[in-house]
Design a protein around this ligand. Structure first.
Ligand SMILES: Cc1cc2nc3c(=O)[nH]c(=O)nc-3n(C[C@H](O)[C@H](O)[C@H](O)COP(=O)(O)OP(=O)(O)OC[C@H]3O[C@@H](n4cnc5c(N)ncnc54)[C@H](O)[C@@H]3O)c2cc1C
Length: 421
């Protein structure tokens, strides 16, 4: 039997919740959120540190507190939920196949879909580190779940590879729990995490951050006994003679997040080779009609506040799509990222259909000091702002004004780039 909903939201994390709430507030009365976990809130449930919600609520909340505020709004009525239910297939005509222990296989026909499945961590297998496969190697997110939710300590003497935010947070968390964190080794010459996390999670606890270093060997057959860390050259190749052995029982990996996009692929959604999330337009609609995307499944965010903002846009537009009020003008001006800008979201804009102000988010490809972020409409520079420092770990954004785009009839390209002056 197939049930019908106007909007199906896949994933009950902050993106899914914000999208569902916004769709409901925009007048859609038939919304289903499907979440594979036992509870709503997504990854925030295991992020028990504070620092969430400064932008949205002007308060410093923990991850579960931030999630709880959205859960409360979502549960106030008008939205249906399926928990403990895994979506296993989405077709391009928006038939959703889900499975749960209680109900078995279920088919849900949607008029619009919001993809909000979050992201996953890059595993050891993607790293090519020589050595055995002993116990004691965890992704930082797995360790976070073990410590904060399950109540287990993964180990006592810890080395962390990769300086993504989750690794930095876990360096501090493991220290709080009595472990010794010997160092965080980072392959790149810059950290992949937020500056505030480096200061608050490493510097405040005297944990060294070894930039341009990597793990070249894992020792121990049954359990990790040590890791060997070496400095790398400008090509990421270990420099012979720089190896240092760190005795430890645990290696945590914080080496990148990848949008969870298996379902996007089954739906026929085009993915960006840079973000590895869907290619979307200004209403956050993918290349498949009526399928929208937001949050970490679209591109990896560092602040959940921006996830919520973005997802609300997707939810509102999904509701407009269902109501038939999302105009199709057939205009799609490509947004090009170049000269230090790695990507933008969205990747195309219809100037007629965009809101009065549209936030374009992007990341840079390296650490840049005293550079200008510039935006060109064809050959005309309409935005030129100096940033003291920009780094790949920190998401940037520029707000484009509809009036400015409309003042360029026949606009063929929008370009985001970094300039020296
Ligand atoms: C391990 C980890 C730790 C993090 N720690 C922090 C932190 O400390 N601070 C911070 O600011 N940010 C942190 N982040 C970033 C954080 O992910 C985002 O801020 C935000 O939670 C992203 O929201 P989301 O809804 O896009 O994704 P998520 O919160 O990941 O939610 C996605 C939801 O989709 C569900 N789902 C996925 N696939 C399916 C499916 N097939 N069927 C049904 N449901 C599905 C998942 O179970 C999950 O509940 C962390 C991310 C990760 C991966």
């Amino acid at each position: 039997m197939t049930v019908n909903y106007d909007i199906v939201v896949i994933g009950g994390g902050p993106a899914g919740l914000a999208a569902a709430i916004a769709a409901r507030d925009a007048g859609c009365a038939s919304i289903l959120v499907i979440e594979r976990d036992r509870e709503l809130g997504g990854i925030l449930n295991q992020c028990i540190h504070n620092g969430f919600g400064l932008i949205t609520f002007d308060e410093e909340l923990t991850g579960p507190e931030y999630a709880a505020r959205f859960e409360k709004l979502a549960l106030e009525g008008g939205i249906d939920f399926m928990l403990d239910t895994m979506v296993i297939d989405v077709s391009s005509d928006k038939l959703v196949t889900a499975v749960s222990q209680a109900e078995g296989m279920q088919f849900i026909q949607a008029k619009a879909i919001v993809l909000a499945m979050g992201c996953r961590e890059r595993p050891r297998g993607a790293l090519n580190i020589p050595g055995y496969r002993p116990a004691g190697i965890y992704s930082a997110g797995t360790a976070q779940r073990l410590v904060n939710i399950e109540g287990f300590m993964p180990g006592r003497e810890v080395v962390i590879l990769g300086s993504g935010d989750i690794g930095l947070i876990m360096a501090r968390r493991m220290t709080f729990e009595g472990a010794h964190v010997a160092c965080v080794a980072e392959l790149m010459p810059y950290s992949g995490g937020l500056k505030r996390n480096i200061v608050q999670c490493l510097d405040d606890f005297g944990i060294p951050l070894l930039l341009s270093h990597t793990v070249v060997r894992i020792e121990g057959q049954k359990r990790v006994e040590a890791v060997v860390i070496a400095e790398v050259d400008g090509h990421g190749k270990p420099i012979p003679g720089t190896e240092v052995t760190y005795p430890c029982d645990t290696l945590l990996l914080s080496v990148g997040l990848i949008p969870e996009n298996e379902l996007s692929l089954t739906a026929g959604v085009e993915l960006s080779p840079v973000t590895r999330g869907p290619v979307v337009n200004e209403v956050l609609e993918t290349k498949v009609d009526g399928i929208f995307a937001a949050g970490n499944v679209l591109h990896v965010h560092d602040l959940v506040d921006y996830v919520s903002q973005e997802a609300a846009v997707a939810g509102r537009n999904a509701a407009a799509y269902v109501a038939g009020s999302l105009e199709e003008n057939g205009v799609s001006v490509p947004v090009t990222a170049t000269d230090g800008v790695r990507y933008t979201v969205p990747q195309s804009i219809d100037p007629e259909r965009m809101p009065d102000e549209l936030t374009v988010r992007f990341r840079v490809g390296n650490v840049y000091e005293n550079r200008y972020v510039s935006v060109y409409l064809d050959g005309d520079r309409i935005y030129h702002r100096k940033r003291m420092i920009m780094a790949p770990g920190e998401m940037e954004q520029v707000v484009l004004k509809k009036a400015e785009l409309l003042a360029h009839p026949g606009l063929a390209s929008i370009t985001f780039k970094l300039e020296e002056a």
